[in-house]
Design a protein around this ligand. Structure first.
Ligand SMILES: Cc1ncc(COP(=O)(O)O)c(C=O)c1O
Length: 402
């Protein structure tokens, strides 16, 4: 057999991994499975906003040729204005690269940034896109702890303790997947200070910044640390229900000279793939002008608000389950008491839940969290479906009491 690249050996994509394959096998065998593994609103009946639909049909001819490798000027202009509005200083459209989703932007940024053996500080739990890219670039993710006792904020002392001479960057995912946390300004300032003192790049994945609930404020770390080199990532997959369009971007900010070489390398990578999907770039101006359709999901009566409420109402009554309510996005990362219930680990829990109750959830290990038994619940189905799934969880746990 021809073996895969050694850079692939540690890559793990559990969200679409063995548990998912097992769910597909069960479905093919005629069983009904509720798949709560991906944050893909369009697959749960969330509708495309009219703003996006009209923009696409009105401008479609403009997407016929390849566009600029960095993205269409009309898209980069509005992205620039958006991030200036979020407090980023000194940025220009030339600091922006429009990509096929944050996924491609992350891959390009990491490829440009990471030398063999470089360490990137990443949150635990972590959305695995980032750790996987570190492995693929022959770098090393070094995980810092986010603290459930402190609303899942990262622990700056842990971050500082893990800086070595090989550390190149600190990744912040805020709002976070899988915890749904929104970080405090104090925490962000402390992390920025570590970057400043150790000459590190800040990588800020803020794809959920428009999906914040409860009147909370989201701070862009690049706005809080204008003197620190920073690459901020954002996109429309979630806020405008267009995961399948593949629409994301990155913004370079901070001292211009510091990131020049990385930006030039990203330009080369962008030119290698000619351009991002031009169809999706057409909708960026209309989507960024339309905050109402996103907001409507987050307030009482809106789907994301009501689905969270329905989930938490059942979950909080289950003995041996504890959680920090999410303040953004649509993920919850509850803990299952390993003393009370008879599971070996998160994977064992998830596989048995899938087999016995036909609900697919992804265990903590899929997010590089191995401290205790946790699973990520994606709160995207309608409220009554989520209530039903949580009731199944309650019954399932009753049957697995030690
Ligand atoms: C934190 C985070 N970053 C990036 C992505 C990927 O987004 P995109 O669809 O823009 O590639 C996701 C998708 O779930 C995510 O949760």
């Amino acid at each position: 057999m021809i073996t895969r690249s050694d850079r692939m050996k540690l890559v793990h994509s559990d969200i679409r991994g063995p548990l998912y394959e097992e769910a597909l096998r069960m479905q093919a065998a005629g069983e009904k499975v509720l798949k709560l593994n991906t944050g893909n609103p369009g697959s749960f009946g969330f509708e495309l906003p009219d703003s996006v639909r009209f923009a696409l049909s009105r401008h479609i001819d403009e997407a016929v040729p390849y566009c600029d490798m960095r993205g269409m000027p009309s898209a980069r202009d509005v992205i620039c204005t958006y991030h200036i509005g979020r407090g980023l200083q000194g940025i220009k459209p030339g600091d922006i690269f429009v990509c096929n989703g944050v996924s491609e932007a992350a891959s390009m940024a990491m490829t440009a940034l990471v030398c063999t053996g470089d360490e990137i500080l990443m949150p635990s739990p972590c959305y695995s896109l980032w750790s996987n890219n570190a492995y693929i670039c022959a770098g090393k993710p070094v995980f810092y702890r986010c603290d459930p006792q402190n609303n899942w904020n990262p622990d700056p002392a842990d971050i500082a303790a893990k800086v070595t001479e090989r550390t190149k960057a600190i990744l912040i995912i805020n709002p976070n997947n899988p915890t749904g946390a929104v970080y405090s300004r104090e925490t962000l300032l402390a992390i920025a200070d570590i970057a400043r003192k150790n000459h590190l790049v800040l990588l800020a994945d803020e794809i959920y910044d428009r999906l914040v609930m409860d009147g909370l404020r989201h701070d862009s770390v690049a706005a809080l640390a204008p003197d620190v080199p920073c690459i901020t990532f954002n996109g429309l997959s979630k806020s405008h229900i267009i995961c399948g369009f593949r629409c994301g971007w990155m913004v370079f900010s901070g001292p211009k000279d510091e990131l020049k070489d990385i930006k030039d390398a990203v330009t080369q990578l962008a030119s290698m793939r000619l351009c991002g999907n031009a169809l999706t770039q057409l909708v960026i101006p209309a989507a960024l002008a339309d905050s109402e359709s996103t907001q409507a999901m987050l307030v009482p009566g809106g789907r994301l608000f009501e689905q969270r409420k329905a989930t938490l109402e059942v979950l909080e009554k289950i003995e041996g389950v504890s959680f920090v309510p999410n303040r953004a996005a649509f993920y919850l990362f509850p803990r299952i008491d390993g003393q009370m219930y008879d599971f070996e680990d998160g994977h064992d829990f998830a596989m048995r839940f899938l087999h016995e109750k036909h609900v697919l959830v992804i265990p903590g290990g899929g997010f590089d969290w191995n401290e205790d038994i946790r699973v990520r619940i994606v709160m995207l189905p309608e409220a009554r479906v989520l209530s039903g799934a949580m009731e199944m969880l309650r019954d399932f746990l009753r049957q697995h009491r030690r």
